[in-house]
Structures are given as C-alpha cells and as structure tokens.
Design a binder for this molecule. Sequence first.
Ligand code: TYD
Length: 414
Amino acid sequence: MTDDGNTRPRATCRVCGDGLEQFLDLGEQPISQAFVEPGADAEEFFFPLVVGVCTGCAMVQLLHDVPRDRMFHHDYPFYSSSSQAMQEYFAGVAREFLDTDLTGDRPFLVEIGCNDGVLLRTIKDAGVRHLGFEPSGGVADVARARGIRVRGDFFEERTAKEVCAAEGTADVIYSANTLCHIPYLDSVFRGVDALLAPDGVFVFEDPYLGDVVAQTSFDQIYDEHFYLWSAESVQATARRFGFELVDVRRLPVHGGEVRFTLARAGRRTPTPAVAALVAEERQRRLSSIDTLRGFAANVARVRDDLVRTLTDLRERGRRVVGYGATAKSATVLNLCGIGPDLVEFICDTTPDKHGKLTPGQHIPIRPAEAFADPYPDYALLFAWNHAAEIMAKERAFTASGGRWLRYVPDVHVV
Ligand code: TYD
C-alpha cells in the first residue's frame, strides 16, 4: 500500500483539479523495477494500479502515486543504452537539436532524466553546454564516467531556479521517457518557466495514449508511467502554465510515442501537425470514457488469452522462457498471475538484474546467454518494443524451431 497513507484513489485531476473517472483496474502491483534478491525477507511494496481520465483536461493518469524515492534511487536498474537501436536513435535526436535550436551563441541544453547519458554524449562531443538531471545514482555515474555534466537531483521548481541562477537560461529543455513519470507537473512547469530562454523549447517524448489504446499495450501502464499523454491533454496542460503546444511528431520507438514541443505562448507558430493530431483524437473520441472502457475490455481479453495460452503450453510440456525483464513485464505478470510455473525464467542483458527475481511473481532473471542453453520452445517477448532488434539477432532461435509468443496487440505466435 502507498506509504503516504493515501489508500484511496484520487478523485481530482493532478493537473487541473477537475473530476477523474476511473476506467481500468490493473490490481495490486509492485514497483516495476524492484527486482528481488532470492531469499530476501523484506516485505515487497504493492500499490493499486488504477487508471482514470480527467473530465476537464482529458489527462489520463494513475489514481495512486508511488513516492518517487521508492522508484528512482541509487540501484535503479534501467540503462537507456541497453538497446543498440535506441543509442542510434538518441544520437539522431541530439544531432537534430545541434542543427536547429542549439545554433546560437553559447547554446545550453538541459535534460530531465538523462539516465546513462545516451543523448547527452552526442551533445557533449559537439562541445555544447549541457546539464542532465538524474536522481538515480547508478545510471548517473555511468553518464559522469562518459564526461557528461550531471546533477543528481529531481527536476523541479527549486532545482531549476538554482541552475538558472548559476548558468543562465536554457535554449532546449528535453526529456525522453521521464516527464510522464512525474506526478507533480505544476512544480516541473514552474521550473521550466524559470529556466527556459524566451524563445526556447521544452521538448518531451513519452508513450502515446493513442498507440496504447490502438494496440491494447496495457503494459505501458506501471508505477513510473503516471501520465499517458494525448495531444489534447498536453495542449490543455501547456496553456495552463503559459506555454503552447507548437509541434507533435509520432515516433516509432518504445511501441509508439509522441514528441511534444512546447514554447512560451505566442512565441512560435504551431505546425499543422498539432491541429491534425488533435482533430484525429477528437474524431476517434480517444479520451472519451466509452473508448477507454472499451480499451479496458480489450485488456481483460488479452489477459485471459495469455493465461489460457501459457497454461495450455505447460499442459503440453512445452518450455516457455521470457525475453527482456522490462518494467512493462511487471504489469503483465502481476495482472495475469504468471509465475515460474508458466515462465521458467526471463533472460535479459542487464547485469544488475541477473540472479534476481521479478517483482511480485518472482520469476528468475538470467543473462542473455541462458536463452540458447538450450533454446526453449517458446519465447514470450516482454521487450516487444525492441522486436526488430531482438528478432534480427535471435534468428538462430527461430531457425532451430523456436517460436515467439507475443501479446501486443493480441496474443499470437510468430
Ligand atoms: P525497455 O523495453 O526499454 O523497457 P522498460 O522501460 O519496460 O523496462 O527495456 C528493455 C529491457 O530489455 C532491458 O532490461 C534490457 C532488455 N533487453 C534485452 O535483454 N535484450 C535486448 O536485445 C534488448 C534490446 C533489451
């Protein structure tokens, strides 16, 4: 249970204060990246993973938040550079900034949640001023070892003001797969307001509600993913804090994201892409309670299909191994009640996860090499957002007769 004593779901929106309507209950869930040492007797922390939509600003959000220090701390085990494809992707994002918004006199980029420096290494190599905020000590140390400037703090009004006082305003404030982790957007936006140059841009990219609903990718919902953005909700939030949504770009990474670009109100002309995405969302009634309840019904169908499929494979004596001990997998495993009796172990390339057990369901995690030793009959692809990279490097698995079991957008074998 949440240790702030708040066991009741929030009734009002974190952003605008209007009423929240609940549409999805994913049950009691652990911290998604709290991998467990075998034999550890400390009680695991669980919280109700329940999702609602604001009737005022359309923001989709969790109804219980988890104290931030429980999620982001020295042993946070997610390294952004663990995917080769994502390394190349972020080098490209950095180069684009270097060619556009970082061409003025002594430009300055601040990143919220720089992790191991996957983006900032390119900015640093170009000799451009930068600062990464990263409260998770272990990953921050990797970035520092790469020569990147890191501040080991959460980004909020106080810390942003300190940076502005010491280093001046930022031309770009960027955040990838982090802004949606932060419930207290009011303080973040006040921080952006304090730190951003008059003509600067605040750019963030995260999983997109439109893709989550279209693909029933409910595993994008876990403790860290507090908000699921839409163009409509970001536009309303931006206005509330004196900013304007001036560009949106659909991104193929992490199972479907959008990059939202905000500027101070009136400073840049919004691109046609903004109005187009808002119109598309309205046309499909993306944020309506009916659509979101329909999504919840699809989640229940995928859950039942997956459990039935895995139970059937066990009864037929087939070996099933998981691929990628992702944060997303915590939601799937704990919602479905899938434990080591159905999935023997999960292989993963992250050394910090090896020898540990998944949160809640306690499936062992083993190094990537364990996958081929010997190959299982089926691999349940938890890192489905990296499918192209993984399937390309694991061709020998399918060549040996192995099959991939996937559950996005529905349960199927490939
Ligand atoms: P990611 O999908 O980025 O997700 P989440 O945010 O849900 O944790 O995490 C990728 C995980 O998958 C990470 O633990 C590393 C692992 N992984 C592999 O084991 N092999 C691979 O080839 C790739 C790309 C990732």
